[in-house]
Ligand binder design. Sequence first.
Ligand code: G1P
Length: 324
Amino acid sequence: MIEYALEDLCAAGITDIGIVLGNKGRTAIQEHFGDGNDFGVDITYIVQGEPLGLAHAVGCTRDFVGDDPFVVYLGDDLMKEGITDLVSDFDPETHAAGIGLQEVDEPSRYGIVDVTDGEVVDLVEKPDDPPSSFALIGVYVFTPEIFPQIESLEQSWRGELEITDAIRGLIDDGHSVQSHVVHGWWKDAGKPEDILHANRLVLDDIDHDVRGNVTDEDSLAGRVVLGEGSVIEAGAVIRGPVSIGENTRIGGDAYVGPYTSIGDDSMIDNVHIEASVVIGENKITAERTIVDSLLGEQAMITTNDDRRPTGDRIVVGQNSTLEL
Ligand code: G1P
């Protein structure tokens, strides 16, 4: 997901990028992105540590951004049309901040904005009584005027320093805040079910691109992406849209159904799997049907063949949910 954010930033001409890191997963992110060279960007890592809120995260970037206007892109947001228009529309001469908006069905889940003639007049975080149905989409353009506002914030009802409150502070102090309605889908994929939905949205847009080895072309129907070094054995059934990464083997008894993404270095056989995300380095060989599921890195689902007593033997990591 962070790679999509980097692509959008790059496309908008922003290649000097600071990634704000919490304590969780910090090393994995740094190992993945390195100095950014492989992704066409220049990355500086900024350690936030404790997650005390979005405004706290933005506050941590003060030295990095210096006196320049800058873009904040929340790492768990995805959007179809990127941010190029939003960024090029922003005028730092006349506005202290710019925000991306989109109309939503459940305004109480988001930061909600009241806009008159394109100018933001009020913002409120996850309101019980929303002033409109336009949500902040998680992409913001700021001038350094935002930093004094962040410094004077107090914790919100959810115990966080809210960027929404900092932007309202700008308005209260007489600054103008620009709004830009983003078209094309946008997804805040912070929860597992949202990741599955985001996966469907992304797979709706893929083009057929087979680089790996397909033993029998009849295995494939619809749009399929198959990475280098991956193998689809004869007998497997793959119905797109499906994306399969690199060096993954799909065995002859597997069925991979629409809206499934499978990462690199995995082994899939026997299973029928559909509308799921399998992150990578996974082994799934149980004769089961798996739907609407999310498997983290190195998770395995195999068969308990000869063990006594028979039954489902499970080792489940933190924050997991099994619906059996
Ligand atoms: C955050 C912001 C919220 C915004 C949302 C967009 O919410 O606080 O204003 O609408 O991102 O993704 P959070 O993800 O912290 O619930």
